[in-house]
Design a protein. Structure first.
Length: 336
């Protein structure tokens, strides 16, 4: 493997005028013995995000490359367009509302990558950052806390993660050639109208191709509390994102023959979650889509799934049960 000469840092941003300067500042202050470029994909924002990015690019012309999209591409296409434009042998990224909190983040990861060519990605600990309260909270416990883990042992966990990302990509530094090779070999797993996640396939393929290193130091504050692509406030958008993200996991699992009780349990849980979402929304179309997904995923019924399907199959029972649930929730609020 040839020597590393540059790092590329991807920033995808859309309507983040309140946070994008914070993100850029946290990257520009990095102290690293190799040069790094910042590749910004500004996705046709309707607020002042574009002007802020342009200002930073003008002030740092040798370091920042700004791609101002004339039309909104969406996060996935924006991300992979930026990735394909990266010049560095190593790639990092940071969302336009997140920010790094360690000015040695790149340097620490780089030293590990330079010392072992079999390591395809280095990631770190992180904290959630509440934009309303300006406070942080610890992320869930890392399921693979060892300094180095054989990536292939992580594949199922990456596909079936529920409460946390096994690899938080905004903390990571990974090898560009590994992911670009996978991108060209399996294009349907990276792009398409039903692809809503960019981090899932990146994490999966770099783990499949090498070892994963983990640093317990916190290097990222992950922004929460605002309306985002992965956590939209619109009920229908929530359902669609959840459905498409699970479809991504299923397609990757099917492509590489990953199947066990763990994956079966994951798809049962996702089926139940989608049915509950439909139940709360009192939406027949969502219910039907959830059942279609259950068939596609090969998820078997369990007691919980059978119960919610039975309730939502009978409109009077559905309405009555939903009203009862809402009454209980109101009572709990009164009793607080």
């Amino acid at each position: 493997m040839k020597a590393i000469s540059m790092i590329s840092v991807i920033i995808c941003t859309y309507n983040q005028e309140k946070t994008i300067a914070r993100t850029l500042d946290s990257i520009l202050c990095q102290k690293c013995h190799l040069p790094f470029e910042i590749v910004i994909g500004e996705d046709c924002s309707t607020d002042g995000t574009g002007a802020i990015c342009k200002d930073y690019a003008q002030r740092h012309p040798d370091q920042i490359r700004l791609f101002s999209n004339p039309q909104n591409k969406g996060v996935v296409d924006n991300y992979f367009d930026c990735l394909m434009a990266c010049r560095g042998e190593l790639i990092a990224d940071c969302a336009g509302d997140d920010f790094w909190v360690d000015d040695q983040k790149l340097e620490k990861a780089l030293q590990i990558m330079e010392g072992d060519n079999s390591i395809t990605l280095v990631h770190t600990a992180w904290k959630s950052y509440n934009e309303q309260t300006k406070t942080t909270s610890d992320s869930p416990q890392q399921p693979f806390p060892a300094p180095v883990t054989e990536g292939k042992t992580m594949l199922e966990a990456i596909l079936t993660q529920t409460s946390m990302p096994v690899i938080q990509l905004c903390t990571s530094l990974y090898r560009a050639d590994v992911i670009k090779e996978a991108y060209h070999a399996y294009p349907s797993l990276f792009r398409g109208s039903d692809i809503v996640c960019e981090d899932l396939q990146v994490s999966f393929f770099v783990a499949m191709k090498g070892k994963i290193a983990y640093l317990p130091e916190v290097t990222l504050h992950y922004s929460q509390g605002e309306n985002t692509v992965s956590a939209p406030k619109d009920i229908r958008k929530q359902f669609d994102f959840f459905k498409k993200a699970t479809n991504q996991s299923h397609e990757i699992a099917k492509t590489f023959g990953i199947s066990s009780e763990t994956t079966a349990y994951f798809f049962r849980q996702r089926t139940f979650a989608m049915l509950m979402h439909a139940f709360r929304a009192h939406d027949v179309q969502m219910r039907n889509e959830a059942i279609d997904c259950q068939k596609q995923w090969g998820a078997k019924d369990n007691v919980a799934i059978r119960m919610i399907k039975a309730i939502t199959a009978c409109e009077p029972l559905w309405a009555c049960t939903l009203a009862l649930r809402q009454g209980v929730l109101k009572l709990k609020q009164v009793c607080r």
